[in-house]
Write a protein that binds this ligand. Structure first.
Ligand code: 1CP
Length: 354
């Protein structure tokens, strides 16, 4: 495999020296881009977009044509795993994801199985290898998965939730059922991410979007424990290069030390913690990714640049920082504001790496 032209993202995740702070945006391919909306229309539905490797590659590359990003992320979704388990996934317009066959009992849970990566999820691996080919050695490709806890919220609630009433009732009243579900999911995520790595993903991120709704005790028992199992089961090197693992728990700022104990290479931060404090707490154990409030992108380009400067100064000198938003970019954001953010990072960060 040819050398990467730009590997500062992978180097920063491993806390190796870089010339400037690398940057990418969660949800960088998506609805805020008119070209994405056009391709999605052409594809028909969101899942049709994910299942077609040419379309998936096209939308992955769209933000790279606009902005000098240091990483690409596979265009897919975290819900591909429960979909492959036969739960009947639909994306309703304006309503988000819906599962026709949610998991509510031990009898339902016992029917779950680890999907076959080739026959059930081969389309994701085809997208990974197509994107790698189309990137042509320019920047690294990130693979991803949801955390078992986050996937289970959708599978048990039957879709998005604000209260997490059903999964929490199961957690309190039928913990053995929930543990069974989480265990099958952890094994599925290990197989899924290893298959993405073998297909060409050069780093992987675990999205624990809903871990932050748990008490510290429940976070340890129902989310972190399974992410630890995943990190232990991942292939950490491929094609002669380390494959860094990023763990992102939204709302997880209070648990960084425990998250670092999993052996992940980097932790994703949302905007509810100061990055200098996070750095002081984790020391040299992990790199940090984040953590600008995505709502700053509604402000003026000048204000966006100021915020970038503040976060860069807070992190301070040296490698180990990947600049990102603290969560995904919102669909209403003006792409020019996203550009102002990315340019600010590329222009202002060199001084911290002399
Ligand atoms: O076009 C559309 O209408 C679909 C919108 C959309 C997009 C663009 C969905 C449905 N998924 C995606 C792509 C996606 N999802 C990516 C790749 C694109 C990129 O990052 O550039 C990734 C990494 C995800 C991950 C994902 N999906 C997460 C974890 C990250 C996060 O934002 O917290 C979650 C929670 C989902 C579930 C999901 N899929 C889609 C929607 C609208 C949702 C969220 C539903 C909810 O809020 O509960």
């Amino acid at each position: 495999m040819a050398e990467l032209q730009n590997d500062r993202f992978l180097r920063a995740l491993l806390r190796e020296p870089v010339d400037r702070t690398p940057v990418w945006m969660m949800r960088q391919a998506g609805r805020y881009l008119p070209e994405y909306r056009a391709t999605r229309k052409e594809a028909g539905s969101f899942m049709d977009l994910c299942r077609n490797k040419e379309f998936a590659s096209e939308v992955t590359l769209q933000p790279l044509e606009r902005f000098p990003l240091d990483a690409a992320i596979l265009f897919s979704d975290i819900l591909t795993i429960p979909d492959a388990m036969g739960l009947g996934l639909r994306f309703e317009t304006g309503e988000g994801p819906v599962f026709d066959k949610p998991i509510r009992s031990m009898a339902d849970a016992k029917k779950l199985y680890v999907p076959d990566m080739a026959s059930d999820l081969g389309y994701v691996m085809d997208a990974v290898s197509t994107i790698r080919k189309d990137l042509n050695g320019s920047i690294p490709l990130i693979g991803f998965s949801g955390s078992p806890w986050t996937l289970a919220t959708y599978m048990i609630e039957g879709g998005s939730s604000k209260t997490f009433a059903k999964i929490k009732a199961m957690m309190f009243d039928q913990p053995a059922t929930l543990h069974h579900i989480l265990d099958v999911l952890a094994d599925s995520v290990i197989a899924y991410l290893n298959a993405q790595i073998e297909a060409g993903a050069q780093a992987v991120q675990i999205f624990d979007t809903w871990g932050g709704v748990l008490t510290p005790r429940d976070y340890n028992e129902f989310s972190l424990r399974y992410m630890h199992k995943i990190v232990d089961g991942l292939k950490r090197e491929n094609d002669g290069r380390k494959v860094p693992v990023i763990l992102f728990t939204k709302g997880g700022g209070q648990w960084l030390e425990a998250m670092a104990d999993t052996g992940a290479d980097a932790l994703g931060l949302d905007w509810t913690i100061n990055i200098d404090e996070a750095r002081a707490r984790v020391g040299n154990r992990v790199a940090l990714q984040g953590n600008m409030d995505p709502c700053i992108l509604y402000a003026s380009p000048e204000r966006i640049r100021e915020e970038v400067a503040t976060i860069l100064a807070q992190y301070g000198n040296g490698s180990g920082h990947v600049f990102n938003l603290g969560h995904g970019i919102h669909p209403e954001i003006n792409p020019e504001h996203a550009g102002a953010f990315i340019n600010a990072v590329t222009e202002l960060s060199g001084q911290y790496h002399k």
